[in-house]
Unconditional design. Sequence first.
Length: 238
Amino acid sequence: MIRAVSRLPVVAAISISAVWMSAPTFSQDTARPASTVRAAAQPVDYFQFPLPSWAPHCLGFGSEWRYCDGTVLRRCSASGAIWLHTGVDITTGIQPVMAAANGVIIGYIVDPTFRGGILIRHDTPNGIVITQYWHVWPRAGYTVGTVVTRGEVFADIADMGSRTHFHFAVFIGDYEADAWRGALPPTRCDGFPAFPYRFVNPTDFVMSHWQPIPLPFRSHRQPMPFPFQRPISTRTKP
Ligand SMILES: [Zn+2]
């Protein structure tokens, strides 16, 4: 099967990938792929969770950024304030990871501690949204510039031993370096914007962008005409 790939020039895609791959610290701000891939992805109306189950792990949206044993991951240098988690951590074993919506992979970086991070850019009726996936490895053939559709498996959970989990975040806006952050300070410090900046609660976001479930057919012989959904007020009781 041949997957659609965005019109992002090959050279640019390679250089962006190289830039992001070679600098696993969260300081990259030179890659600006957004405008060149805009035309490739199908517009997005609906989102879904990237895993088939969505059980919380140790950290939720806005939790202090700590390991499950309580060890603090990062503080502001001057105030000592503990950074806050920009995404939600999900309990999982090693399993496939799906795209939350139609979009284009715009970033892939590898961090020695957190393994692979991937960003997918979505063109929605309300503007650009970026979904962030951490602790994953992309599958073969999925790289910067690859177009994905909602529910398409593009990665697998990375093995982090007893710390294996999935991190998912939703960033409202087009690409900038801060779209990579797994946490942000509670108030601006060390050059980083204050939490939540452009991040929103990812579970709430997905739930509010879920595709409506069609109502069942009225009978087996006479399917209701398209569209299947009708206003609640016109439903008839069986
Ligand atoms: Zn996390």
